[in-house]
Design a binder for this molecule. Structure first.
Ligand SMILES: *[C@@H]1O[C@H](CO)[C@@H](O)[C@H](O)[C@H]1NC(C)=O
Ligand SMILES: *[C@@H]1O[C@H](CO)[C@@H](O)[C@H](O)[C@H]1NC(C)=O
Ligand SMILES: *[C@@H]1O[C@H](CO)[C@@H](O)[C@H](O)[C@H]1NC(C)=O
Ligand SMILES: *[C@@H]1O[C@H](CO)[C@@H](O)[C@H](O)[C@H]1NC(C)=O
Ligand SMILES: *[C@@H]1O[C@H](CO)[C@@H](O)[C@H](O)[C@H]1NC(C)=O
Ligand SMILES: [Zn+2]
Length: 461
């Protein structure tokens, strides 16, 4: 995931149009799906589909590796997915073209020259420009916050600005990654090095997106490890002169064509109405993009796969979308929204998993009071796998526009407290994922998507 642009909208509408009797009727209808839910759970967790999500994902990530927007590996992996989705018996399998940014990291290095010679692990940030070919050799100004930077603005000119911000959660600490270069350039900094946005480090740099601002000089920017950020901060507090040599050869090439990958089980009664399940298929160019967001993409495919394998055909269309170029700012998700928003009244529920596929607890949901009450009934179908929690405010950038437009939205609630240990780093590999946890997540995803897609009526909104 990138930094979230929008969070879910909490709806506070009255029950006037959708009275209590009506809700009771839908809750009763939901409860009749226990038998089907048990079959889905059994197939996914104990039956013939056991380990399938993991094995399918391992095949793809081992074969293609990481899948950054603009890369040949992403496009080859999409071609492979299209043929896999067809082989799986899904319908209307196709790619929808999207122009995406094409940033290439190139060679990069940072060496501490003073007070001690020390090569530092770095990862340039997506969209960063290069340094001149001989690099930038400059003294560092180390700060812990934007406030401290502004206080020390007079000392910043010509320096490499190093941020050693505390970990205060992704959205707060992530602002240093996203805006660190712009803030540094505004006070005359010539490059910025940012402490990786993670609560735990084993000397691992973590990359991610960063934004330049139209009227501010673009300077090269990269993440360093927590260990080096803290060391540089200690050196600075001792009054030591810190000299760094930074070399980056990153390139921002012209945009290229990529695709959102789409497949369906067409609804038997209301084919024009859609329940959408999704995850993003692109990743950063390090690790395998297994956790972020191979897991979310593949439980979404698995949801349709399980329904198909059981011979079930919901009344509404179940559609899986594997987004492209999420990491550069939900480019694929936004393109899909622009293309399909004319049909927003036919979108019953939009689901995205992009915050881990560890042991599932339930669902994060955004909808009005009536829809929430119905969804509370749906998660009760997941009692046998202990995934009955329903909490508000789904977090999913690719579905945010639909949710803003009033469509009920859902994301996966899971035991993801270690998510940022691996996020956007070389540590994001299949080793982080567990076959059984993926099976449980796929079961949650399939039960929720199928049940909502098969009810007599769409969720109230
Ligand atoms: C799934 O993997 C586990 C080991 O992780 C193994 O014990 C089990 O037999 C596998 N199930 C299937 C159906 O292959
Ligand atoms: C993984 O790929 C191998 C071929 O390389 C294939 O035999 C196997 O069926 C694939 N597994 C899954 C779960 O797709
Ligand atoms: C950039 O400068 C132009 C012209 O001075 C101004 O109109 C625009 O609002 C500025 N943009 C930003 C993001 O500050
Ligand atoms: C809107 O829905 C109709 C009916 O299912 C379909 O024919 C049309 O292609 C959809 N349009 C878009 C932009 O998705
Ligand atoms: C079920 O989940 C809750 C937290 O959601 C946890 O406290 C409890 O131990 C879990 N029970 C089982 C049997 O896994
Ligand atoms: Zn992601």
């Amino acid at each position: 995931m990138i930094l979230l642009l929008t969070s879910g909208v909490a709806w506070t509408s009255s029950l006037s149009e959708f009275d209590a009797t009506h809700i009771d009727k839908m809750r009763w209808e939901v409860s009749k799906y226990q038998g089907i839910a048990d079959k889905i759970i059994d197939l996914a967790v104990h039956g013939a589909a056991q380990n399938q999500t993991y094995n399918r994902l391992a095949n793809v990530t081992d074969k293609f590796g990481s899948r950054i927007a603009g890369s040949a590996s992403l496009e080859s992996a999409i071609d492979y997915m299209l043929s896999e989705l067809i082989d799986d018996g899904l319908e209307n399998v196709h790619g929808e073209d999207v122009m995406v940014p094409h940033w290439v990291r190139g060679k990069e290095s940072a060496t501490l020259l003073e007070p001690r010679l020390h090569p530092m692990a770095i990862l340039g940030l997506g969209s960063s420009i290069a340094t001149p070919s001989l690099g930038i050799k400059a003294e560092a100004l180390v700060v812990k916050s934007f406030d401290e930077l502004h206080k020390k603005a007079a000392q910043a000119k010509g320096k490499i600005i190093v941020y050693n911000q505390d970990w205060e959660g992704y959205s707060i600490s992530g602002k240093y990654r996203t805006h660190g270069a712009v803030e540094a350039a505004k006070v005359g900094g010539v490059a910025s090095l940012i402490r990786s946005v993670t609560p735990l480090s084993v000397y691992s740099p973590h990359t991610g997106h960063q934004d330049y601002s139209p009227n501010v000089t673009k300077i090269p920017t990269a993440c360093i490890t927590v260990e080096d950020a803290e060391m540089l901060y200690r050196m600075s507090n001792r009054g030591e002169r810190i000299l760094i040599h930074l070399q980056m050869s990153a390139q921002n090439l012209p945009p290229v064509k990529s695709r959102n990958t789409v497949a369906e089980i067409v609804g038997s009664k209301y084919p024009e109405q859609v329940v959408l399940v999704s995850g993003h298929f692109d990743s950063w160019d390090v690790g395998q993009g297994a956790m972020d967001d191979g897991g979310g993409a593949f439980i979404s495919w698995q949801a349709l796969s399980l329904v198909k394998r059981l011979g079930l055909c919901p009344k509404r269309t179940l559609r899986v979308v594997l987004w492209t170029a999420e990491e550069e700012g939900v480019i694929g998700g936004q393109a899909y929204y622009e293309r399909h928003k004319g049909n927003i009244s036919n979108y019953d529920l939009v689901m995205e998993s992009d915050m881990g596929t560890f042991t599932p607890y339930g669902i994060q949901f955004s909808g009005n009071k009536a829809a929430t009450t119905i969804m509370e009934g749906v998660v009760q179908l997941l009692k046998s796998i202990n995934a009955t929690q329903l909490s508000p405010h789904p977090v999913g950038g690719d579905i945010a526009s639909w949710v803003k437009g009033g469509v009920p939205g859902a994301t996966l609630l899971n035991e993801n407290q270690d998510y940022f240990f691996y996020h956007h780093s070389d540590g994001d590999t299949m080793t982080v994922l567990d076959p059984h946890q993926l099976d449980l997540c796929a079961a949650v995803w399939a039960v929720v998507a199928y049940t909502i897609a098969d009810l007599d009526e769409m969720l109230p909104r």
